[in-house]
Design a binder for this molecule. Structure first.
Ligand code: UTP
Length: 469
C-alpha cells in the first residue's frame, strides 16, 4: 500500500484529489480502508479507458451481414446432423473434458431481490432456488456421464460472501465441495460525467463489478483456469445465473462446437418481434459480432427475407462454449479484446458536505466488459440455434416479461412436455409440476423411467396440491 501523502499527490495529478476530501475526519481504520482501496485503482488505466470510450462512441459496426447458424430442423436444419452432433457431445462429456461456468456477480437491480440472484426461489412447486435447479442439472449430467463435472461459480464483491454462505447452508446441493470452484470477478470505479471518481462513503470510492466479460480475466487471475487444465478440462460451458431453463452443457451444442473446431460458440434464438430488446449475432468485416439492440439501425432491424423471416434474426442467449486455451489468450490481452463499455446510471454518492445524494436521473457512468466482445479474438466461431421456449426464460424483472412468473410458467410447460414425451400422464394436466433434474433431466430420462403416471415417480416429480396453471 502506498504512503498517504504520495497517494494523494498521485490522485491530484489525475484530477481526483477530491477522493480524499474527508480525510481529516476519518479515524485510522477509515484512512487505512481508503488508502487500501485507492492504492488498488489504476488511474492511468482508467484514463485510457475513458479515452477509448470517447473514441468508440458511436462506432457501431456498419455493413452488417446475416449470420450462418446450425439451424433447428423446423427451420431447415438437418436432423441427422443434429443427432450426430449430439452423439459427439455425449462422448465429449463422458471423457470429462467439460466444466460449467455460471456468471453470478451481477447486482440484480431490476429484480430487486435481497441477496444474490442465484438464491432466488424459482421452483414452481418446491421454491427451489436458481442455484439448486442448476446444481440438480449438474448432478443429472454426472449421473448420466459417470464423470465429475466441475462447476465454476463467478461471484463479485457484491455477491461473494452471501453466495458462498448459501452454498454452505445448502450443503452444496449434494455436489462434492471440491467440484464447486468459486472465484470473484474484478471491480472498477464508476465515474461522473466529468470523469471524476465518486465516494459512496467518506472512506469508500464507488466501484461496481466489471461486467460478465470480467469472468475471462478473473478465471485466469484466480488460478481457476490452471486448476481446470490440471483436471484435464479443455472446454467451458458459459451461462448466466438467471436462466432456469438452461440446457446445461447441451450435448448437441458441444458436438457442433467440436466438429467446427470452434474456440467460441454461441446459442441463439430466432427473434420474432423486431423490437425485442436482445442483441443479435451478425457478421461485420468478416468477424462474428453481437450488435446490441440499441445499436441496430432501423433498416437492419426490420428487413425480412423472401420467406418473411427477419434477416437479423439470431438473438443472443448468452449461452456459450469456450475453449480454455481461448480464454487464456483473451485474458492475456484483455485491454484489446475486452474493451470497457459505459452505461449511464443513477449512482448514489456523497456531496461536498458529506451528505448522501440519491439521484433521480443518471449522474454517472458504470463501466463493464461484455463476454461476447471476445468473439473478435476467435478464429472459429460456431453459432447454434436453440429452441427458445424450452431453453431460455431469464429472471430479470420483478413483474411482466422476463420475470419469476414467466420463468415458472415456462419451467412448468417444459416439464409437462417431458412427461408427454415419456408417455407419463400427469395427475392433472393443468397442475403446476416440478421435476428434479438430478433424477430426470429431459424427455429421454422421462421415457426411461418406465412409469405411467407422474404420481408413481416418487419425489422426482412434484405436483402442486390444488394449484392450477
Ligand atoms: P444482467 O446484465 O442481466 O445484470 O446480467 P443483473 O445484475 O443480473 O441484473 P440488473 O441489470 O442489475 O437488473 C446478466 C448475467 O451476467 C451476470 C449476472 O449475474 C447475470 O448472470 N453478471 C453481470 C456478472 O456476473 N457480473 C457483472 O458484473 C454483471
Amino acid at each position: 500500500m502506498q504512503d498517504a501523502a504520495e497517494l494523494q499527490a498521485h490522485f491530484a495529478e489525475f484530477g481526483q484529489s477530491h477522493v480524499f476530501r474527508f480525510w481529516d475526519q476519518l479515524d485510522d481504520a477509515g484512512r487505512t480502508r481508503l488508502r487500501l482501496q485507492a492504492s488498488g485503482i489504476d488511474l492511468a488505466a482508467l484514463a485510457r479507458i475513458q479515452a477509448n470510450l470517447a473514441a468508440a462512441a458511436g462506432a457501431v459496426p456498419s455493413e452488417l451481414e446475416p449470420i450462418e447458424a446450425e439451424r433447428l430442423p423446423d427451420y431447415g436444419g438437418d436432423v441427422s446432423r443434429a443427432s450426430r452432433a449430439s452423439a459427439r457431445g455425449d462422448e465429449i462429456l463422458a471423457s470429462g473434458r467439460v466444466a460449467a461456468l455460471v456468471v453470478a456477480g451481477g447486482q440484480g437491480t431490476r429484480l430487486g431481490f435481497e441477496g444474490p440472484k442465484g438464491a432466488y426461489p424459482i421452483g414452481p412447486v418446491s421454491d427451489r432456488s436458481l442455484f439448486e435447479i442448476q446444481a440438480q442439472k449438474i448432478r443429472g449430467l454426472r449421473r448420466r456421464t459417470g464423470h465429475d463435472l466441475p462447476w465454476c461459480v463467478m461471484t463479485s464483491s457484491a455477491t461473494d460472501d452471501a453466495t458462498r454462505a448459501f452454498f454452505r447452508d445448502n450443503e452444496f446441493f449434494g455436489l462434492p465441495e471440491r467440484d464447486v470452484l468459486f472465484f470473484c470477478q474484478g471491480k472498477i470505479p464508476s465515474l461522473d460525467f466529468d470523469g471524476r471518481l465518486m465516494l459512496e462513503a467518506p472512506d469508500r470510492i464507488f466501484e461496481n463489478p466489471d461486467g460478465h466479460g470480467g469472468c475471462l480475466t478473473a478465471l485466469a487471475a484466480s488460478g481457476v483456469l490452471d486448476e481446470l487444465t490440471d483436471r484435464g478440462i479443455d472446454t467451458l460451458f458459459y451461462y448466466q445465473v438467471d436462466n432456469p431453463l438452461v440446457r446445461m452443457c447441451d450435448a448437441t451444442f458441444l458436438g457442433y462446437h467440436d466438429e467446427a473446431g470452434a474456440e467460441f460458440s454461441c446459442k441463439v434464438a430466432r427473434k420474432t418481434d423486431p423490437d425485442e430488446k436482445v442483441g443479435v449475432l451478425a457478421r461485420a468485416a468478416g468477424r462474428v459480432v453481437v450488435v446490441e439492440y440499441t445499436e441496430l439501425g432501423d433498416a437492419d432491424r426490420y428487413t425480412r427475407d423472401d420467406r418473411g423471416e427477419l434477416v437479423y434474426w439470431a438473438g443472443n442467449l448468452a449461452i456459450h462454449l469456450l475453449t480454455i486455451d481461448f480464454v487464456r489468450r483473451v485474458a492475456d490481452d484483455a485491454d484489446r479484446f475486452l474493451p470497457f463499455h459505459a452505461s449511464e446510471k443513477m449512482i448514489p454518492h456523497l456531496d461536498d458536505a458529506g451528505k448522501l445524494v440519491e439521484p433521480d436521473s443518471p449522474n454517472g457512468r458504470k463501466l463493464e466488459r461484455f463476454v461476447f466482445d471476445a468473439l473478435a479474438a476467435a478464429e472459429r466461431v460456431c453459432v447454434v440455434e436453440a429452441e427458445r421456449s424450452s431453453e431460455f426464460s431469464p429472471v430479470k424483472n420483478a413483474d411482466g416479461t422476463d420475470s419469476p412468473a414467466t420463468a415458472r410458467r415456462d419451467l412448468i410447460a417444459s416439464y409437462h412436455s417431458w412427461l408427454t414425451a415419456g408417455g407419463i400422464s400427469p395427475a392433472d394436466s393443468s397442475a403446476a409440476i416440478e421435476i428434479d433434474h438430478a433424477k430426470i433431466d429431459g424427455p429421454v430420462d422421462a421415457r426411461g423411467l418406465g412409469v405411467r403416471g407422474a404420481a408413481d415417480a416418487g419425489d422426482a416429480i412434484r405436483i402442486a396440491s390444488g394449484d392450477s396453471v
